[in-house]
Design a protein around this ligand. Structure first.
Ligand SMILES: C[S@@+](CC[C@H](N)C(=O)[O-])C[C@H]1O[C@@H](n2cnc3c(N)ncnc32)[C@H](O)[C@@H]1O
Length: 243
């Protein structure tokens, strides 16, 4: 991996030479040398994390975590509810090492595995519970979001529509990476013939819901203005709205 990483890195520097001055180029190079020796990603500079993040040296869930950190900065979004984590605790792991408190909620939470991974770590807690929305949108029912700053989900599958509806009802910022399956409407049980119809339906829940597809073909759902404009503006990310 080292050689490929270095060659991608050199391409990255030359392709983006307009962006990095001499100091920042030297700084990135120093980060790279340090990273190759230590593999300690968390001590690297933000510029270097950007490079790693966008050049696919991390799995998609880790990339999602790094993206969240720029969209939901820890000083504003301290308490993050991650719905539908499954057995994959990598997002919580990354966020908890970066000053967030993460609360995991999954109806089938593997509590033994959770204990094994996090032990007495107090920045990550877990709740084995089904997340549900208030279909009637009265805000009095369903999962109470009042103690969280934002809600995230990485392929939360059947929880997707519940999260979107409940966050809209309770005015809570959310960002989801939507999985490739379609699900029955939680309101009337209708089904969807393909993913695009499903995404269109999710987007029509509210004007606030934006569905964004990135160049890798991943679909994000969010309601936070700064996220979708940021995603669209970022030179690293060519996102577009689904019409
Ligand atoms: C496709 S898995 C994704 C797991 C993990 N995020 C990953 O990418 O590996 C979806 C997870 O969502 C959970 N889930 C589905 N509906 C849920 C709900 N309403 N509330 C909480 N968890 C739910 C399932 O138990 C499952 O663990």
């Amino acid at each position: 991996m080292g050689q490929k990483l270095v060659s991608e890195f050199n391409n990255y520097l030359s392709n983006n030479s307009w962006f990095f001055n001499e100091d920042s180029t030297n700084n990135l190079k120093a980060n790279m040398e340090n990273y190759l020796q230590t593999r300690d990603f968390f001590s690297c500079s933000d510029d270097f994390k950007d490079f790693i993040n966008f050049y696919c040296y991390f799995s998609n869930d880790s990339k999602f975590a790094f993206q969240l950190m720029s969209d939901f900065p820890a000083n504003e979004f301290q308490r993050v509810l991650e719905v539908g984590c499954g057995d994959n605790f990598s997002i919580a792991n990354i966020l908890s090492q970066n000053d967030y408190n993460v609360i995991l909620m999954d109806s089938k939470l593997n509590t033994e595995l959770f204990k094994e991974k996090f032990g007495s770590e107090d920045k990550v807690t877990a709740i084995k519970k089904r997340f549900i929305c208030d279909k009637a949108a009265t805000s009095h029912k369903g999962t109470d979001l009042s103690s969280y700053n934002c809600v995230i989900g990485f392929k939360p599958c059947k929880a997707t529509e519940h999260i979107i509806r409940q966050c809209i009802n309770q005015n809570k910022p959310f960002i989801l990476l939507v999985c490739n399956c379609t699900h029955k409407s939680v309101v009337d049980g209708r089904t969807f013939p393909n993913k695009d119809e499903w995404l269109k339906y999710l987007q029509e829940i509210s004007k606030e819901v934006k569905i964004i597809r990135n160049k890798e073909g991943f679909d994000y759902a969010t309601n936070l203005e700064s996220i979708h404009t940021g995603l669209l503006k970022s030179p690293h990310r060519s996102f577009q709205y689904i019409q």
